[in-house]
Design a protein around this ligand. Structure first.
Ligand code: BEZ
Length: 223
């Protein structure tokens, strides 16, 4: 049973993280051993997701889906980790259920945060929603450790991991190719050339050419 007072002590000064901030570092016990988060990420991208609690139905399906998407994350050089305000022993027991019910092998670390320290650091507890459970947060972190995406879902709504992969593809196109992605973009659709890129530079950078719909709206096939 979670100790409300104990968790509240660690989360009363809830941190607020904004895009562009350095993701807070932490050390923790995980189902894959002791972790220094920044060191563990190394030169990779990171995705840190919080789960309201172990042994809950929606979380069980989410972690199974994450596990089954492991190859997709590996292809994009994203190291994934999940966290909830539960103990390591509880995580190990829960993984057995996830693997049994979701036909999955959980190869990413589940971080134990029984006292809520990391949840406090990342602002994952929204006390007016629930004072002991984390909301469903997603943080996507670039290799320079800067936070590139923050999403917050309520406890009862499971996240869409296809959407998270889509966002990661968009973030990486911006980071490496100077491209943005328009509304409802899907992998393979035309992209938007960043406004900071001049027409001259765009001609060199995008050999397939680009279409100028308006001077500020230039489309080019995905690189
Ligand atoms: C769940 O993970 O299933 C869940 C957790 C808290 C509230 C509702 C659902």
């Amino acid at each position: 049973m979670r100790n409300k007072e104990f968790i509240n002590q660690n989360t009363e000064h809830m941190n607020t993280i904004r895009l562009g901030d350095i993701a807070p570092n932490f050390t923790a016990n995980t189902t894959k051993g002791r972790m220094d988060y920044h060191e563990w990420l190394g030169e990779n991208w990171g995705m840190l997701v919080s789960h309201p609690a172990d042994f809950t139905p929606v979380c069980t399906t989410e972690l199974g889906t994450m596990a089954n998407f492991q190859n997709e994350f590996d292809e994009r050089k994203i190291k994934i980790a999940a966290i909830s305000v539960d103990s390591l022993e509880s995580h190990f027991e829960w993984i057995k259920d996830i693997e049994e019910t979701q036909n999955a092998s959980v190869d990413f670390p589940l971080i134990a945060d029984a006292d809520g320290t990391i949840a406090g650091l990342y602002g994952m507890i929204h006390p007016n929603a629930d004072s002991t459970m984390t909301v469903r947060s997603v943080f996507i972190i670039a290799p320079d450790k800067k936070v590139k995406l923050i999403l917050t879902y309520p406890a009862a709504t499971g996240r869409n991991f296809d959407e998270l992969l889509r966002v990661i593809d968009s973030l990486q196109l911006t980071e490496y190719e100077m491209l943005a992605t328009p509304a409802n973009w899907k992998k393979g659709d035309d992209c938007v050339i960043l406004p900071s890129v001049s027409n001259e530079e765009a001609t060199k950078r995008f050999p397939k050419g680009f279409k100028t719909v308006k001077p500020y709206l230039r489309l080019t096939p995905q690189v």
